[in-house]
Design a protein around this ligand. Structure first.
Ligand SMILES: NC(=O)c1ccc[n+]([C@@H]2O[C@H](COP(=O)([O-])OP(=O)(O)OC[C@H]3O[C@@H](n4cnc5c(N)ncnc54)[C@H](O)[C@@H]3O)[C@@H](O)[C@H]2O)c1
Length: 340
């Protein structure tokens, strides 16, 4: 089997998850990394035994690179995806795919013209608990879905924003809590609930504008396409990164996600049916455990040329559309309807 050559743009907090996953993916070599921080980039390149570029455009000219991973601030996703596609590369980009739906449309046009495909990292869909939930709901094991409530409380202190100043800024992050941390939760909500048809939401910020000029807290009431209801609350103002809590009510029982364990409650009996464990070191438990699997799956798709079932642009757009709808609803103080 031919070895596929990978490259990473952006060597910050998340990139180590990609490096570790690449090391565990068969017949894949990390050929190069790019970062504007030359000292850090050179140090990491010598640790990984790969080339270093301070200019990612120059790295894209290396014809031996097959797949480019984008792990940079949000405002750079679109230009970097476009450049990588134009250079004939396959692209695996961290969420969100872009800052807004207009950017997604532009990327979609470029992808239609390109040889390469774009995969987006929504690794939480691959958690054992998410997979178990999805099949229980799809197969209607507990009858029709009535409601899903999601509660996400994490801690992001001032240094989190000051150490990477693109964070917490509309211009560079495109929002904050919703588009960065809670986008995974919104993705799970719409993926498990079968799509959201309308929502009413509110965003707020409890911190001074010199720390962040966007939101650190948000909530929304949702209606799913099949008629079930949803409640969503997320905040970065907790004292710790608590595991996501989900409460799912169906006609004949309930499902609960607590402390990364999925419980099924029927006839007053609570039984654990799936659990997420962190298998490798660079992944923080609250990021979920799916990076390795998501990256593995992308390389299998690149080899086979079949990208069906992966989180591509169309799938990634669904949670970004919810993020935009909550911002708009909060601004207009109105319900927002979403396309099917
Ligand atoms: N999937 C997840 O659970 C998860 C978790 C954390 C972060 N992320 C995502 O990963 C991405 C990066 O986040 P982070 O927290 O690692 O950011 P970070 O600030 O820690 O790192 C960003 C890196 O990009 C580099 N960079 C900036 N401009 C560049 C340029 N022009 N060319 C090359 N490199 C450049 C910076 O020097 C820095 O090393 C974001 O999209 C974020 O939402 C995803």
């Amino acid at each position: 089997m031919r070895t596929l050559n990978a490259a990473i743009i952006g060597c910050g907090a998340i990139h180590a998850c990609h490096v570790e996953a690449l090391h565990q993916t068969p017949d894949v070599t990390l050929r190069a990394i790019a970062d504007i921080d030359v000292d850090k980039g050179q140090r990491l390149a010598s640790e990984y035994g790969c080339h270093f570029y301070s200019d990612y455009q120059e790295m894209l000219q290396d014809a031996t690179i097959d797949v480019v991973h984008i792990c940079t601030p949000h405002h750079l996703h679109k230009p970097m995806i476009l450049a990588a596609l134009a250079a004939g590369k396959q692209v695996f980009c961290e969420k969100p795919v872009g800052m807004n739906m207009a950017e997604v449309a532009e990327i979609g046009e470029a992808e239609n013209r390109a040889r390469g495909r774009v995969g987006i990292c929504y690794q939480n869909r691959l958690n054992p608990t998410s997979q178990a939930l999805r099949s229980l709901l799809n197969e209607q094991v507990l009858g029709n879905l009535l409601s899903i409530n999601a509660f996400l409380t994490w801690s992001r202190k001032a240094p989190y924003y000051s150490e990477s100043p693109w964070r917490g800024r509309h211009a560079t992050e495109g929002g904050s809590l919703l588009i960065n941390q809670a986008i995974h939760t919104l993705d799970l909500l719409q993926w498990l609930g079968g799509g959201v048809s309308r929502l009413k939401g509110v965003v707020d910020c409890a911190r001074p504008a010199d720390v962040i000029d966007t939101e650190d807290t948000a909530m929304a009431t949702l209606t799913f396409s099949g008629g079930a209801t949803g409640l969503f609350f997320a905040s970065n103002n907790h004292t710790r990164d608590a595991p996501l809590q989900l409460d799912i009510q169906c006609e004949r029982g309930e499902l609960q996600l607590r402390d990364n364990t999925l419980w099924r409650i029927t006839d007053g009996k609570r039984v654990a049916i799936a659990c997420d464990e962190t298998p490798y070191s660079h992944s923080k438990s609250y990021w979920g455990i799916g990076h390795l699997q998501a990256i593995n799956q992308f390389y299998i798709a690149v080899r086979s040329g079949t990208f069906e079932g992966l989180t591509g642009l169309h799938e990634a757009a669904k949670s970004l559309r919810l993020v935009e709808a909550i911002y708009r609803s909060s601004q207009l103080r109105q319900w927002i309807s979403l396309p099917e």
